[in-house]
Design a protein around this ligand. Sequence first.
Ligand code: SF4
Length: 361
Amino acid sequence: MPQPNALTNLLGLTEPQMVKFVQVQEWPAYRAGQILRWLYQRRARTIAQMTDLSTRDRLTLTQRATIQRSTRCTVLQSQDGTRKFLLTLDDGMTIETVLIPDDQRLTLCVSTQVGCMLDCGFCLTGTMGLKRNLKSCEIVDQVLTAQDQLIADERITNLVFMGMGEPLANLDALATAITCLTNKSWGLGWSPRRITVSTAGLASRLKDVAVLGVNLAISLNGTTEKQRQDLMPAASEIASLKSLIAACRRYPLPPNRRLTFEYVLLAGVNDHPADAQRLVKLLKGLRCKVNLIPFNEFPGSRFRRPPDHDVLQFQSALRQAGIDVFIRTSRGRDVLGACGQLGNSPAGHEAVTLTPIESRC
Ligand code: SF4
């Protein structure tokens, strides 16, 4: 329960909440937009920076509100240029955000939960269990902090919600954060086309992603009910493979957009030619592309990465069936920053050598 005199976190307010906050202070309505622009477009870290507010109003605001950002950011630099940011939240918990350079793109992989309630067998985050949902301000803060860390003329081109956690299990905070990221008049002004939300398969909530206008990716990884139950037991319990594909077929895909299916390739488990054929059958008639992700090993994992030859064969089988299919280059594996590697190393395993290049408050 918030204390009666607790400071309001300005970064945690939605636009209507900011309008109400301004009304309570008996300030003119335009002040809501002014404060929002300071937060997101001018990236104020302190109320003192809001210099188009009078000194008196800034003092009042300081007494009643605060701007809550992560308290610490440690940057781990991979040899391939990927940067993993370890962000400390105000309650001391840590989340991870990964900046991935790739050809013309600079993609930021954003987390939505501390840990994850699902237990996908190929994912380190899943071994942590769910600690808590992130607040919308903690989701947006990952983008603001990564932008603060950019060097020279770097610019983040794409945002993917594929970090720690299941985004659709924290839908309200995700939706508020996406509003802050995409609003053009006071927010960060991102095009929804450059944002992708990935789900492990919460079929009943796919329609909520459509409302946000962003791209949808589905982490599939299995081509039979049994395979998905083995690999993604919790997600399979929420929605069977059959109901997930049915929800994808109902998805109101805008023109010129397509669904993305993510498929983590696990040696000897789901990388057989028969898996490729079943995948082709499952996706028949869907406007989609497939991203193949050769498994990124982590300490304690029971799975192995398939040899390149098998990965290429799998790709070729899909391609021959007319499916657009890409092999996701693994980035940041040396800093456990690649897909499925986010989270704490399980106890009892040798620590992976990380290279902190910067640490600041
Ligand atoms: S793959 Fe995604 S949904 Fe599955 S355990 Fe990892 S973070 Fe959670």
